[in-house]
Design a protein around this ligand. Structure first.
Ligand SMILES: [Zn+2]
Length: 77
């Protein structure tokens, strides 16, 4: 599927009921909650805002874990 952040052609690593894991050539590997993908709010964000949210997810990811885009990260937007 396409990268949720930049729209590039990303490889899907894993999908579960709750989470989709992607590898994007530009953004790297990350998880995204399905609730974020399903929410209309994500699509209304500017590309730069999506990028900021991914950066926040990277900062808050535990060592060795994939950054995870979760609904609370969108709360400020
Ligand atoms: Zn990307």
């Amino acid at each position: 599927m396409n990268c949720l952040v930049c729209g590039a052609n990303a490889e899907t690593i894993e999908t579960t009921v709750e989470v989709v894991s992607l590898v994007c050539p530009r953004c790297g590997e990350y998880d995204a909650s399905r609730s974020v993908i399903a929410a209309g709010q994500w699509r209304q964000l500017e590309p730069k805002q999506r990028r900021d949210i991914l950066d926040k997810a990277k900062c808050s990811a535990p060592l060795g874990a994939l950054p995870s885009i979760r609904p609370y990260l969108l709360a400020r937007y």
